[in-house]
Write a protein that binds this ligand. Structure first.
Ligand code: FES
Length: 319
């Protein structure tokens, strides 16, 4: 579950829109950063031991910097506030290597990229990759208003500007994007990708499904999910460490093990990234994540311990 961390420095910090900053992170010695694929994210290790994930939004061919956009979220669990208040030009911090849980398909068919609000970020990297590969695509950027939407100029001046479609609600009497126009001309080789608020993604995915998109041609980034918290207490035995803990009603397994002195790496803490995935030796997990597929959950031989709980009074984990 551990990954080697990279040290980077904030080379540039820009106010991109109301409440949104863009950060350019570079190697302190000016060396190229590890390669990343479109759709990838990095973990930022922030003040207060917070670890938060942000999609990379620059051209994947550019290894001189990683660029992220961070919305200051009023409902933040601390991550976006830590970025806005503590990361300035010249600040050094640690990050994970890029990981990609939202890859582009290998298809040569058309791609439709639909970003809602700050969910545009992975779409920008995808657009660069598709453009470089000479594959057909359109990118739709849906936001409340221009003032609250980041990266407008970057997209308007990009080499693929002709394929960028902007839709700002306040310019359309508050109406949502016209999905008939978004999906116009799609066929059974077209893939759609979306990232944004959960309700927005559900809405564009439902429309895609009703247009005949099969599941394997619909892709979404788990940008923010609601995780059910709490439940009955249960016991966890970390077999390799020979440590037994009781996981309280308002505690996660990771928190209980950390409190017992184990070092359990977590990142998203909402069951989306897989950082805390571990093998189950005995007992039946109550899966609450969106990282494992339904089939993997049915096997009950691994679980995410940042949010999932137990159906049995005791779990034995390979930790
Ligand atoms: S920390 Fe991301 S799935 Fe558990």
């Amino acid at each position: 579950m551990t990954d080697e961390l990279l040290t980077v420095v904030v080379r540039k910090r820009e106010q991109q829109a109301e409440g949104v900053v863009a950060l350019e992170l570079v190697d302190p010695a000016g060396q190229p950063l590890p390669v990343f694929e479109a759709g990838a994210h990095i973990d930022l290790h922030l003040k207060g031991d917070l670890v938060r994930q942000y999609s990379l939004c620059n051209n994947p061919a550019d290894r001189s910097a990683y660029r992220v956009g961070v919305l200051r979220d009023p409902d933040s669990r601390g991550g976006s506030i830590a970025v806005h208040e503590h990361l300035h030009e010249g600040t050094e911090l640690q990050i994970s290597a890029p990981r990609n849980l939202f890859p582009l398909s290998e298809t040569n068919g058309r791609s439709i990229l639909i970003g809602g609000g700050i969910g545009i970020t992975p779409m920008i990297a995808m657009a660069y990759a598709l453009h470089a590969a000479g594959k057909p695509f359109d990118i739709w950027y849906c936001g409340r208003s221009r003032a609250t939407s980041a990266f407008i100029d970057d997209l308007a001046n990009s080499p693929f500007a002709a394929q960028v479609h902007f839709w700002f609600g306040d310019e359309h009497d508050g109406k949502r994007v016209d999905l008939e126009a978004v999906y116009e001309g799609s066929d059974d080789t077209t893939h759609m990708y979306t990232c944004g608020p959960a309700g927005f993604m559900d809405w564009v995915m439902d429309a895609a499904a009703s247009k005949g998109f099969s599941d394997d041609r619909m892709h979404k980034e788990f940008f923010q999910v609601e995780v059910e918290t709490g439940g009955e207490a249960f016991e966890v035995y970390a077999e390799a460490s020979d440590i037994t803990v009781t996981v309280g009603p308002d505690q996660t397994i990771a928190q209980a093990l950390n409190a017992a002195g184990m070092k359990i790496p977590v990142s998203c803490e909402q069951g989306t990234c897989g950082t805390c995935l571990c093998d189950v030796v005995e007992g039946i997990p109550e899966h609450r994540d969106v990282f494992l597929t339904d089939e993997e959950k049915e096997d009950n031989d691994q679980m995410t311990i940042c949010c999932s709980r137990s159906k049995t009074p005791r779990l034995v984990l390979d930790l």
